[in-house]
Ligand binder design. Sequence first.
Ligand SMILES: Cc1ncc(COP(=O)(O)O)c(C=O)c1O
Length: 418
Amino acid sequence: MKKDIDKITSGRTSLVHDEPLIFERSVPGRSGHSLPETFGDPKSALQHIPKSFLRKQPPSLPEVDEPTVVRHFTRLSSWNHGVDSGMYPLGSCTMKYNPRINESLARLPGFSNLHPYLPIELCQGALQLMWELADYLAEISGFTQVTLQPAAGAHGELTGIKMIRAYHKAKGNPRRRVLVPDTAHGTNPASSKLSGYDVVEIKSGPDGILMPAAVAQVMDEDVAAIMITNPNTLGLFESAISEIADIVHSAGGLVYCDGANLNSIMGITRPGDMGIDVLQFNLHKTFSTPHGGGGPGSGPVGVSAELAPYLPTPVIEKKAERFSLLGPINTAATLDLNTELFDVFNLTSQKLIGKPKRGDSVAEHTARLIAEGKYVSRTSELIWRLRAVDRADLHVVDLDRHTIIAATMRLFPEGSLK
Ligand SMILES: Cc1ncc(COP(=O)(O)O)c(C=O)c1O
């Protein structure tokens, strides 16, 4: 085995993906540390430790020299994906640019060394940052309030649907069904089911767009909400949202929008103005929070005034330039360090591209987004290609996500589409 290990790694300076365990490099008696002389013989120190605390057997640790340890972990570290080796690859329909400045700012000691149990008076800066980010998001999206708690898109969806359930329950009936078009992201029916709802699938029209008549046909007072992904998973903008929202609202239902793909409409139109009641932002796609391998991301949720009382608490309140946390701990996720550092990434990104202004021309906004991530021009190219296929092909594409991913990978060689 030792021979094989050496064959694989000795003298190699390039990327090696066959790194053995450090235990497999262990050689009895080999050591990688030297204690200062004042410590004397480490074994004699054992006399000063009460017997009840001593192990019966020495711990099973690898016996390796210092260069072996350093090289082993350096090789492993080269497997990490980071902004220096490529762009963060997650993002459906979107590529994003991850400027290093976001990482540098998130590493500022005032953010990165915050202790989770600091009293409120000593973390005013962090609360201000979170409050400002939520405020920006509310303005961009046209919602009354935003919670930053959920740590991914699907987590935001679950939070949103649970708020919808709480809203209906408070009115006396949580209702039983959620409508989900066939162009929705897979996490939409999953979030509905997990929140105790039966899912009713609605077929999209021949052009891949949801038709109001199809919604009207299944809408009744037992439907709690419709969950629409916009732009949908075919990369198409749902053009009848307002009409659909009227149909759903007239039977007392609510409209959930999966806003994972918000960057393609951000600054051009606002979901809150289309009659949407609740939406999750996937900021690991829209801005620059890293996310991947199942790790945390950033999935804030924006809500209309009716749903604001059902937001997870505590919420951050600003009064006379002071920030405080309101409400008991009834969280969707913790307001923890991790999430807070991600807020630094997201707010920095937002400051870099500037606040999208209402009334910006599409061209102005597109230019800004292209400068930030290049994804709008590329998304347009994908939409153009999808529009170019006929209905039968569209159906095939819809069924086979891998086909879409493979085609997109060819279009965007330096990024990927989840
Ligand atoms: C449209 C859409 N909705 C929801 C999600 C789920 O987001 P997350 O992976 O952050 O849980 C994704 C992720 O790819 C998505 O593309």
